[in-house]
Design a protein around this ligand. Structure first.
Ligand SMILES: Nc1ncnc2c1ncn2[C@@H]1O[C@H](COP(=O)(O)OP(=O)(O)OP(=O)(O)O)[C@@H](O)[C@H]1O
Ligand SMILES: [Mg+2]
Length: 499
């Protein structure tokens, strides 16, 4: 059978930034009615390639063909006119505008010389409804959750009647329900013969919704394959250039004294009577569906949310925690799942972002900053977490999305807390670096720290935890020891079925 003609062909694409060759001779094809996965480690060049296709960057070399015809893409408008639409990895909505203003930004409906607000609101309402999204189009975007913002971005990109839609890590901020919605949208687009380019670090998604894969490594093209017939191991070795033995490197440590005790913690109608204990040298996994209250419990312990009743004890002593400041003082660190919203200071360097909130650690008695120590720590964590940066002084905004996340993780690791609460630690992180993060968690464990790991990744929960708590509708519905844990058991508790 003759192969279908690709709607898109990018050939021999190269792109350099000062000091970095981001892409070198890369190829990518996409086919109507199919999903092409674009895969590779953090910093491999995926977003850069997609920014070239969508007119954000200009390529240095290479050609782009659409429906067999060579095209020039010199700006965002060119790409739009060619029927290319993109959902960016970083949120690109304007927070101070309403949903409908964002949806129509650049394509406003006019009535005479004025904006036809009423028409735009009406159209937005219909659009949101057709995607089962029940929120008023007049809502200010900044009032939405990160997941809802992402849904608006998706709806915006999809509503433009594009022939080629690029999705750059669309699900990192989505709940399970939202993710399922997106997959339905993708099915619909496929049936309408749209070509989709899909970037994700989540293997299960690749096997679920993609038809073909293209792999990049260090800015070079590694290969294109059909998803049918490829194994997960082969895929991983294409991405990281070696076989990854043992994705979950576990160590056994001696479980020590109680380091954190939570007693009857409640918050209005959200969290009900949560009690548990965490011990030195332990990784306590917290599973549950999105919205089950896991993040709320973390934020209550850390002091970001106010409890309505209950007590928290640190090393046996009752702790009075009413703000994150109190939490940090008591030796608790909380790494939020919302890393997109969490303060990276874009105009500062990698080094400054890593150490800024830990300055006390580097201050001498005479208030001088120990620059050498700062640099040493920054270099150590850059190495440990495989952070791809040209130097510690590189501006954070020039790092790839996943590498920015790793900097935030490093920043929290450097606070050296007693209790480390880490919420969805490996979202948006590539397979190789995931393993490094598990190894760091193991190190913390060996040092006698206590770790609470909230995760929606079932393999991660099962592979990393010493003990697992499961939450459902604001309560703890199950506690499972590592050797008794299984996916079925966790799911049963997660949907609220008791034994
Ligand atoms: N504007 C820029 N200036 C300098 N370097 C850049 C710029 N944009 C990207 N880079 C560099 O180009 C390389 C590729 O980055 P890119 O964002 O394309 O990676 P990615 O594959 O999308 O990774 P991730 O999975 O982490 O999102 C990285 O080394 C990055 O630091
Ligand atoms: Mg990217």
């Amino acid at each position: 059978m003759q192969e279908k003609m690709p709607i898109l062909e990018m050939k021999n694409i190269s792109k350099s930034f000062p000091g970095v060759k981001a892409l070198s001779g890369v190829n990518l094809r996409a086919f109507s009615g199919e999903v092409m996965a674009l895969l590779g480690e953090n910093g491999a060049g995926k977003s850069t390639l997609m920014k070239i296709l969508s007119g954000v960057y200009k390529r240095d070399e290479g050609i782009i063909r659409i429906e067999g015809r060579e095209v020039e893409i010199n700006g965002i408008k060119d790409a739009q006119n060619l029927g290319i639409s993109i959902i960016h990895q970083e949120l690109s909505l304007l927070p101070n505008l309403t949903i409908y203003e964002n949806l129509f930004l650049g394509n406003e409906i006019l009535g005479g010389f004025k904006l036809n607000k009423r028409e735009m609101i009406k159209k937005s309402e219909e659009l949101l409804k057709s995607f089962d999204f029940t929120v008023s189009p007049k809502t200010l975007t900044k009032e939405l959750t990160v997941g809802e913002m992402q849904m608006v971005e998706i709806i915006k990109a999809v509503s433009k009647d594009a022939k080629i839609i690029i999705m750059d890590e669309p699900t990192t901020a989505l709940t399970e329900v939202e993710t399922e919605k997106l997959f339905k949208i993708i099915e619909r687009l496929k049936n309408n013969n749209v070509a989709i380019i899909y970037i994700s670090h989540r293997m299960d998604e690749i096997f679920k919704i993609c038809d073909k894969i293209t792999v990049l490594r260090d800015g070079t093209f590694i290969g294109e394959e059909d998803v049918k017939g490829i194994t997960k191991d082969k895929l991983i070795s294409m991405m990281v250039g070696r076989k990854l033995e043992e994705q979950f490197p576990r160590i056994d440590t001696k479980i020590g004294k109680s380091i954190l005790k939570v007693e009857n913690l409640s918050m209005k109608d959200k969290i009900k009577d949560v009690s548990f204990e965490l011990f030195e040298g332990e990784i306590l996994g917290v599973a549950g569906l999105m919205g089950s209250g896991r993040t709320e419990v973390a934020k209550l312990i850390f002091g970001e949310y106010k409890k309505s009743s209950g007590n928290v004890y640190i090393e046996g002593k009752k702790a009075d925690i009413n703000s994150p400041k109190d939490g940090i003082r008591e030796g608790i660190a909380y790494l939020s799942e919302d890393r997109k919203k969490e303060g990276l200071i874009l105009k500062l360097s990698v080094l400054e972002n890593m150490t800024l909130s830990n300055l006390k650690k580097y201050e001498s008695k005479v208030k001088r900053i120990n620059r050498a120590k700062e640099l040493e720590d920054c270099k150590a964590y850059t190495k440990k977490l495989l952070i791809k940066t040209s130097s510690p002084n590189q501006l954070i905004k020039n790092l790839s999305g996943g590498n920015q996340q790793k900097v935030i993780i490093a920043k929290w690791l450097l606070t050296s807390p007693k209790v480390f609460i880490i919420d969805e630690p490996t979202r948006g992180i590539d397979v190789g670096a995931k393993k490094e993060i598990y190894q760091i968690l193991n190190e913390l464990k060996a040092q006698g720290k206590g770790i609470i790991m909230i995760s929606s990744d079932m393999e991660e929960i099962l592979g990393v935890s010493d003990r697992i708590l499961v939450m459902h509708e604001g309560r703890i519905t199950g506690e499972i020891q590592r050797d008794k844990a299984s996916q079925e058991k966790i799911m049963k508790y997660a949907v609220g079925i008791a034994d």
